[in-house]
Design a protein around this ligand. Structure first.
Ligand code: FAD
Length: 309
């Protein structure tokens, strides 16, 4: 039984979500291959070859797969599926885009967002916005699985797998037009060790930028936001943490003026240490906070900034 992991990378660097997905793959099988799709991505393939326990790295280079077109990724992966019993991808934006397409082409049910591998056909995944965990057993001969990276430890280094170049397909009916990428010196939300998140309480985009961002910069943190803050235009869409945003599990999550609705908790409750600043002592966020400060952020955040020096 062999497993194929599709690597997550930015063209130059392998993201540690790949290492975490390899950990999930190793719980299914001892034969784990990694596929790197991209253009000029040989450094990424070399990095993948060093992951402990990886048998072989497949490097598929082409314009369509480099641009992340789901049609091109699917057309590259599906012809190889005969050699694998399971295909695993990180449950990030890209993985959620192409995994269902690969599953549909293979005529199997995709298994999304697993947080535990019980056995080769049985997996645990959150449901109801993370309020319950369900254990599912798949009867499909081939499994297409998205893996919640925050639920798995990263596989270590020490491997010396071979790298094999394979043909990358192009998207038959889709043309890449353009991508507008946000450039930021801050860490990526999904990989950050510290996240400072702001909610509706901030009241405006100017206040969000004046309060949340300097604190994040002082801590070397990524910036997150509740959906209410995003919907109100205080913060961009890609800052959203929660059920319909990003799922994060940093070492430290600081929630400022966020009530703690279940849909927000679904995206951050696995953070190692949660700090909440909220002026309402009954706010639900305090039920999961390790450190709760009942205070107006307008006084608490400047005090925190001053204490940090
Ligand atoms: P509020 O609930 O309005 O809370 C603001 C908090 O700020 C309050 O607790 C208040 O006491 C506190 N406050 C006010 N002034 C101050 C002050 N001066 N100092 C300190 N504290 C203050 N939400 C998400 O976040 N992410 C999601 O992915 C998400 N997905 C959703 C999906 C669905 C299908 C649905 C129905 C909802 C979803 N939501 C999501 C929305 C969610 O239900 C909440 O509406 C949202 O999280 C509330 O955001 P908030 O805590 O910033 O605002």
């Amino acid at each position: 039984m062999a497993v194929l992991v599709i690597a997550d990378h930015d063209g130059a660097h392998l993201r540690d979500t790949t290492h975490k997905t390899v950990t999930a793959a190793k719980a299914i099988s001892g034969d784990v291959d990694v596929m790197v799709l991209g253009q000029g991505a040989s450094a990424v393939a070399d990095a993948a070859a060093k992951i402990d326990g990886v048998r072989k790295v497949l490097l598929a280079e082409g314009a369509g797969v480099a641009q992340g077109l789901a049609e091109a990724v699917e057309a590259t992966v599906v012809p190889l599926a005969a050699g694998y019993d399971a295909i695993l991808v990180p449950a990030n934006t890209d993985g959620k885009n192409y995994a269902p397409r690969i599953a549909a082409k293979l005529d199997v049910a995709p298994i999304s967002d697993i947080v535990e591998v019980v056995s080769a056909d049985t997996f645990v995944r959150p449901i109801y916005a993370g309020n319950a965990l369900e254990t599912i057993q798949s009867a499909d001969a081939k499994k297409v699985i998205t893996v919640r990276p925050t639920a798995f430890a990263a596989a270590g280094e020490g491997g010396s797998a071979s790298v094999e170049s394979i043909a990358a397909a192009e998207a038959p009916k889709t043309t890449f037009v353009s991508a507008e990428m946000v450039k930021s010196d801050r860490p990526e939300l999904g990989a950050a060790k510290i996240i400072v998140s702001g909610g509706r309480a901030l009241g405006s985009a100017e206040e969000f930028a004046a309060v949340i961002e300097p604190l994040a910069d002082k801590l070397g943190a990524a910036v997150g936001a509740s959906r209410a803050a995003v919907d109100a235009g205080y913060a961009p869409n890609d800052y959203q943490v929660g059920q319909t945003g990003k799922v994060v599990a940093p070492q430290l999550y600081i929630a400022i003026g966020i009530s703690g609705a279940i849909q927000h908790l679904a995206g951050m409750k696995d953070s190692k240490v949660i700090v909440a600043i909220n002026k309402d002592a009954d706010a639900p966020i305090f039920q999961i906070a390790d450190f709760g400060l009942v205070a107006d952020y307008k006084t608490a955040v400047p005090e925190l900034m001053a204490a940090l020096g």
